[in-house]
Design a protein around this ligand. Structure first.
Ligand SMILES: NC(=O)c1ccc[n+]([C@@H]2O[C@H](COP(=O)([O-])OP(=O)(O)OC[C@H]3O[C@@H](n4cnc5c(N)ncnc54)[C@H](OP(=O)(O)O)[C@@H]3O)[C@@H](O)[C@H]2O)c1
Length: 202
């Protein structure tokens, strides 16, 4: 699978290291241009490239990995979101002051993201764990639980399979409205360091 990233910082680079190990490809982008990411892609190695946000959005899936304050500008840099799979890894917290901005709109943070990417199939994922918890991409590590929420069952299924393949335990919480609320900042499943020991399939 080809992963695009809008935002090329800690989240993008951590996820990239995990998926690259299993033969997937990544294209990272930021607001300053691909030339500023040469050292980053060099360090990530084979299968990694830099590009523009539009090029990131043209990959099989695109991960939104910018600070909450930068979400509107980042999403606006892609004029047409229709049909794209958008993984929202953001948390709705203030820059430099990790404080929950609250539920003032009555909508979950990923619904707010979806509003700004009309037509995209949005899945919330990766937001519940500090990247330091999943720093180790080696295949023999314990399986960290990653929650996913979204309104498109097919897209969630595909993402869940990739997450399992690269060594996580994916748990589908339901829609962006219900699951998204459980896993967003302030929700009961945010910032829980959970490891899958066993899974009994009913
Ligand atoms: N760090 C964690 O452990 C963690 C865990 C879960 C979720 N999150 C959430 O994930 C998001 C990203 O966190 P992070 O730690 O990866 O942040 P980060 O290291 O600060 O990276 C943010 C990236 O966004 C880029 N960016 C800023 N404005 C942009 C724009 N308009 N278009 C494209 N790229 C833009 C920045 O590059 P330029 O400034 O050069 O453009 C930078 O590469 C945040 O919402 C955070 O709350 C973080």
């Amino acid at each position: 699978m080809k992963f695009g990233f809008i935002g090329a910082g800690v989240v993008a680079q951590t996820i990239a290291r995990h998926v690259l190990l299993f033969g997937h490809e990544v294209l990272l982008s930021n607001s300053r241009g691909p030339q500023t990411l040469a050292a980053v892609v060099d360090k990530l190695g084979q299968g990694a490239a830099a590009g523009t946000p539009q090029q990131a959005a043209d990959q099989d899936v695109v991960v939104l990995s910018v600070a909450w304050a930068d979400v509107p500008e980042a999403l606006a840099s892609v004029p047409d979101w229709s049909g794209r799979t958008l993984i929202d890894a953001t948390n709705r917290i203030e820059r430099n002051n990790p404080r929950d901005l609250g539920d003032i709109s009555g909508r979950t943070s990923s619904e707010i993201v979806a509003d700004q990417a009309p037509g995209a199939k949005v899945v919330k994922a990766f937001n519940t764990v500090p990247m330091a918890w999943i720093d180790d991409p080696s295949p023999n590590r314990l399986k960290t639980v990653l929650f996913i929420s979204g309104d498109d069952a097919v897209v969630k299924q595909a993402l869940g399979e990739v997450l399992e393949q690269v060594g996580f335990a994916a748990v589908d919480l339901g829609s962006l409205a219900i699951g998204g609320r459980l896993q967003q900042v302030g929700g009961p499943l945010a910032a829980l360091n959970l490891t899958l020991v066993d899974r009994f399939v009913l």
